[in-house]
Design a protein around this ligand. Structure first.
Ligand SMILES: Cc1cc2nc3c(=O)[nH]c(=O)nc-3n(C[C@H](O)[C@H](O)[C@H](O)COP(=O)(O)OP(=O)(O)OC[C@H]3O[C@@H](n4cnc5c(N)ncnc54)[C@H](O)[C@@H]3O)c2cc1C
Length: 324
């Protein structure tokens, strides 16, 4: 390799520097907006009655109201078949009891889209409810986290919370179907901001590698550094194509469970890897807090967990695409 040429890494790589997340490093805020739109608003739009849409959709779509989508429980979010929150019909009311954990936007939400198991010993069925936070028996506790600050992550407790049929999204017992549609859209779309974040990381790495002189030369001239940055670029481009692939399918109203799982898995793992590689490129300057380089990794860690952990994505890909 010509070492003089290798002393600079090309900066002509930025076909899409306006990707969402590029200019706003408050990824907690972006994930909150995305969870609101893809987890809650689209779910209401797809499954809600005309009356529910009239009551909530305009406020939610304009951002006047924020909604939280609550599925996960303290006993294990990966196992939807073990939901402990129960909705019991008493007269014309549904009485909800249980606890939800990690609801993005939960702190400060004006509406909660929440799933509960129906009190039916014969069959395991879920229903999806719309609950306003002022409803007696409902308490919301913010959950401080290591990254994605501003996402409003919360624990929500339901203690004899009474609602009516009007609060059910879809039909009673159709919660699993509502959830499947919702999680596929969320998984497909919520990672858009990661493309912008990875683009920013790439540019920071290139700029630093070309500027930082060690041993009498810019570190970009060391093949180990240059190749690491080349891999960051490769992961970003592959992530973009996977995201565009699944969002095109969803825009065409097609089912895309494998494509959504593949995109979620690859993009989030790439974000973690690129964040580690950015820190490696910065050396000690990536580790001290004043440069803010470490925050990419803190935020990236959340992405391998939400919308179903990456172990669960591999389960989905294996079940739907590998075992035939
Ligand atoms: C930033 C962030 C935002 C979130 N936002 C929301 C939200 O808005 N709404 C919401 O409802 N939830 C939300 N969550 C929760 C998230 O969906 C859950 O944390 C996730 O589904 C995992 O559940 P758990 O934390 O209970 O882990 P567990 O289910 O306890 O899993 C623990 C470990 O075991 C593994 N594991 C468990 N079961 C299996 C299996 N069958 N096969 C292979 N491995 C398995 C997991 O992969 C994981 O490594 C959010 C989480 C984070 C971090």
């Amino acid at each position: 390799m010509n070492m003089a040429a290798a002393a600079r890494i090309s900066t002509k790589w930025s076909p899409c520097s306006k990707a969402p997340g590029y200019g706003c490093k408050r990824y907690g805020l972006l994930i909150a907006i995305n969870a609101h739109i893809f987890g809650s608003v689209e779910t209401l739009y797809k499954a809600g009655s005309d009356e529910q849409k009239k009551r909530y959709l305009r406020k939610l779509a304009t951002g006047e109201w924020v909604a939280a989508h609550s599925v996960t429980e303290p006993e294990g979010g990966s196992d939807l078949g073990n939901m402990q929150t129960i909705a019991r019909k008493v007269g014309d009311r549904w009485i909800i009891n249980g606890k939800k954990k990690y609801a993005t936007c939960g702190a400060g939400a004006d509406l909660h889209v929440v799933y509960a198991k129906m009190d039916d010993p014969e069959r395991y069925r879920l229903s999806c409810f719309l609950v306003e936070p002022g409803t007696p028996g409902m308490t919301v506790k913010p959950l401080p986290a290591t990254g994605l600050h501003g996402s409003g992550l919360s624990e929500v407790t339901y203690e004899n919370v009474a609602v009516t049929d009007e609060n059910i999204l879809g039909k009673p017992g159709s919660g699993s179907m509502v959830f499947q549609g919702s999680i596929e859209r969320e998984r497909a779309c919520i990672f858009g901001f990661v493309l912008g974040a990875m683009q920013k990381e790439l540019e920071l790495a290139i700029e630093y590698a070309n500027k930082r002189v060690v041993g009498g030369r810019a570190i970009a001239g060391y093949q180990a550094v240059a190749h690491r940055i080349a891999d960051m670029k490769m992961r970003l481009d592959a992530s973009r194509l996977l995201l565009y692939n699944v969002t095109a399918l969803k825009s065409a109203n097609k089912r895309a469970p494998i494509e959504a799982a593949v995109a979620k898995l690859f993009i989030s793992e790439s974000f973690v890897q690129n964040s580690l590689d950015l820190i490696r490129t910065f050396g000690g300057n990536g580790f001290i807090t004043e440069n803010g380089i470490h925050t990419f990794l803190n935020d990236a860690l959340g992405t391998i967990i939400f919308s179903g952990t990456n172990d669960i994505q591999r389960n989905i890909i294996a079940a739907l695409g590998v075992r035939g």
